[in-house]
Ligand binder design. Structure first.
Ligand code: NI
Length: 177
């Protein structure tokens, strides 16, 4: 089912989400199906459960050929539950991001360049990956949602935060989510 996405200002987006306790349940699979359907409907690169008002540490992400991000690197379709992120170097990379909870805007956001992430899929199977580039950016953006952080809270230069049409008059708005 396509679910409404909460927008910035809704206090549910500021909460720290609760860990999933039981895997491979009907409720968990239904939640993931809703996240997936909603994300595809909106051509998003990722979506976190709190964005549809569900207080659980569940995110999905993935980019194959997304018309919204023609230049984005591909990211495997992933369901990530109870994630833990660990930077693999002190290097920081800045890049444009957007968010389905902050529609119409883009911001220039610093993120760890390389990181390891661990967690579980919907069946409770362990996930353990080392990633960089756009993949690393998307994971950090989505997992921030589980701690009540939206990307504008990480922007340092607010001249690089604004409406898509103003920032990218030529129409090329590469971004995450
Ligand atoms: Ni987002």
């Amino acid at each position: 089912m396509i679910r409404p996405v909460l927008r910035m200002g809704d206090p549910r987006l500021w909460q720290t989400a609760r860990p999933v306790q039981q895997f491979h349940t009907a409720q968990l699979h239904a939640l993931i199906a809703d996240l997936d359907e909603t994300m595809r409907h909106l051509d998003g690169a990722g979506l976190a459960a709190p964005q549809i008002g569900v207080d659980l540490r569940v995110v999905i992400f993935g980019v194959d050929d997304n018309p919204r991000y023609p230049d984005a690197e591909q990211v495997p379709r992933t369901v990530l539950i109870n994630p833990l992120l660990t930077p693999l170097s002190p290097a920081i990379e800045e890049g444009w991001e957007g968010c389905l909870s902050v529609p119409g805007l883009r911001g220039w956001v610093p993120r760890w360049s390389r990181l390891r992430y661990t967690g579980f899929d919907a069946f409770g199977r362990a996930i353990d990956r080392r990633v960089d580039g756009f993949h690393a950016r998307v994971v950090q953006h989505e997992c921030d949602h589980l701690d009540g952080i939206l990307y504008p809270m990480r922007i340092s230069d607010f001249r690089r935060f604004g409406f898509v049409e103003e920032l990218f008059p030529d129409g090329n708005a590469g971004a995450a989510e």
